[in-house]
Design a protein around this ligand. Structure first.
Ligand code: PEP
Ligand code: MN
Length: 356
């Protein structure tokens, strides 16, 4: 059930409706929009008795929600959600957000070298795992909190926002302390206790699609986070498993317009895990921007052959720079722009970088 407030409803009227919903034993989620506020209701097992709510001042109408998810649905919020990370860095809306960096933080020197290249190319967000979910228990598992400290130093030195993965409830608390965005990986997309914990965090969440998850399952996973009160969720298509064996996964770009039809949440694309092959990352990045993605998350390494994880799918800094130039042009055709870079659309020279 959604309570749609009148365009001129006052703050007091909205608060009174929320109070009434809570008195009925449910949770109220007021979501302001450009035209009017809608209030989502969760916690009800059956239909909500709407007559009492409809009678309250400022209420335009009560409408049943037709989808199993409520808070992520466009029905609740027509305007696209823009996740604001501060310092002019946003995910969603007209600007494209580019997140780039290594699969894993391996050392301070490695992270700093790559971060310099990422910032010089004009990206504003840095990725790098300190906790790595690996298929083999014998593979590099990440530097843990030491890796998070390095990421915090990258932010201070280069003014980049930090995106890094939490693999369980313990790492989530630490990741939330050090990062700007908590990444929940494909393998954890349906780890419901982790999703609920992320929903109680004040940090935005990057939620990656599970390797065999349907669109509805992805949206329901995001719903877990929003239902706990964290509305800053960024979805990510990172490829699904199919019979195709020319790539590591099959990048399902058709999910981008499908998500945008159903949900107000931003959705970005990971062409690195989506293809698993360096030479395919650039063409699929171009395609992702063309199809309307709100951004990209790309693995970059200055010595990919020596990388401790995912070297095969990491592009070189020079490729990132070239790619940024190309996607600026594709974005312009679509009336969008790439956040970051100077007036000519070039990246920031490294000497000019000051921490935000
Ligand atoms: C990653 O981003 O390095 C990662 C492990 O991603 P995914 O969860 O999509 O496999
Ligand atoms: Mn990786």
């Amino acid at each position: 059930m959604l309570v749609i407030m009148k365009a001129h409803a006052t703050v007091e009227e909205i608060q009174a409706v929320c109070r009434r919903i809570e008195e009925m034993g449910y949770k109220a989620h007021p979501i302001p929009g450009s035209m009017r506020t809608a209030i989502g209701i969760t916690g009800n097992r059956g239909p909500v008795e709407s007559t009492a709510l409809e009678a309250l001042p400022g209420v335009a109408e009560c409408v049943p929600v037709s989808k199993p998810y409520k808070l992520v649905a466009r029905e609740l919020k027509e305007d696209p959600t823009i996740v604001d990370l501060g310092d002019g860095v946003r995910v969603g809306g007209p600007e494209l957000a580019i997140i780039a960096g290594p699969c894993a933080v391996e050392s301070r020197e490695q992270a700093f070298t790559i971060a310099g290249a990422v910032r010089a190319a004009g990206a504003r967000l840095f990725r790098g795992g300190a906790y790595k979910p690996r298929t083999s228990p014998y593979s590099f598992q990440g530097l843990g909190e030491d890796g998070l400290r390095i990421l915090a130093d990258v932010r201070a030195e280069f003014g980049l926002k930090i995106v890094t993965e939490a693999v369980d409830n313990d790492s989530l608390e630490l990741v939330a302390q050090y990062s700007d965005v908590i990444q929940i990986g494909a393998r954890n997309m349906q780890n419901f206790s982790l999703l609920k914990r992320a929903g109680r965090s004040s940090r935005p969440v990057l939620l990656k699609r599970g390797i065999s998850a349907t669109l509805d399952e992805l949206l329901m996973a995001a719903e877990y986070v929003l239902a706990e009160g964290n509305y800053n969720v960024i979805l990510c298509e990172r490829g699904v498993r199919t019979f195709s064996d020319h790539t590591r996964n099959t990048l399902d770009l058709s999910i981008i317009p499908a998500v945008q039809r159903l949900s107000h949440l931003p959705i970005i694309v990971d062409p690195s895990h989506g293809t698993g092959r360096r030479e395919k990352v650039v063409p699929l990045s171009r395609a992702a921007v063309a199809v309307g993605a709100d951004g990209l998350i790309i693995e970059v390494h200055h010595k990919p052959d020596e990388a401790l994880s995912d070297g095969n799918q990491s592009i070189l800094p020079s490729q990132l720079e070239q790619l940024m130039n190309e996607i600026r042009q594709i974005a312009a055709v679509l009336g969008r722009r790439v956040a970051g870079g100077d007036a000519q659309g070039r990246g920031y020279p490294v000497e000019r970088i000051r921490p935000c």
